[in-house]
Design a protein around this ligand. Sequence first.
Ligand code: SAM
Length: 262
Amino acid sequence: MEDKVYKAGEDYEKEFSPRDYLDTFYNFDSGPVAEREIIKFSLQNLHHTFSVGGIRGDVLIDIGTGPTIYQLLSACEVFREIIVADYTPQNLQELQKWLKKEPGAYDWSSIVKHVCELEGDRSRWQEKEAKLRKTVTRVLKCDVTKTPPLGSAQVPLADCVLTFLAMECACLDVETYRAALRRLADLLKPGGHLVTMVTLCFQHYMVGPKKFSGVYLEKETVEKALQDAGCQVQKCNCVPLRYSQAFCDGLCFIVARKGPSA
Ligand SMILES: C[S@@+](CC[C@H](N)C(=O)[O-])C[C@H]1O[C@@H](n2cnc3c(N)ncnc32)[C@H](O)[C@@H]1O
């Protein structure tokens, strides 16, 4: 393990290895039990939100997508178009590899099968992979610390903005986090939903031998930041699950709705 602690910004571009990240946190079959339980928690909440929860629409924008697709597997059934965005070029490349079925792409099949099982038919996993590949229409560069976060890209206002485990990495202090959430709310139509998963009391996580830090957030800080960004919290599901490869004190899945005039 290296002593240095890497931070938001250029460190991601230079030091973040998508494969180390995927192997550490998304090895569903033979990775650590803790990480597997957290993936299941995420998938269950996403399934609920985008099925019985009734959140659906034309456009979903996922911010801080990283090299992962698990967070889009339920949503791709109920949105016409998904736009994904991340700060780190090598994450966007890793994503494109999977989207274009290129050799060496990460194998998400176990996780896709699990989501299909939640939806009632494990056998349709290849159909779901094809559906997601078709629904993701754009892969964009973004920086949530900048206004606008998607730079010069022209995107429609979204019915849903998703951001999973990313804002606490992209922001190094609470003020930056609050400003980032306001930028995400600006991407939403009035009445649209912001769906997020946050690591509570986050300090750092391991990506291979490298330690990356972020902002320490308590549940109340997250809820207040959402409210101040014009979003009303509709669901806040916090659990004391902890990663084996990250230092935090639980996880929180949140659904918030942007007010009609925010
Ligand atoms: C822990 S990963 C989360 C990836 C994925 N969403 C997941 O659920 O596993 C954190 C992500 O935040 C992204 N990130 C870091 N700084 C950012 C910024 N300023 N704007 C947007 N994304 C950023 C990183 O590139 C990385 O993909």
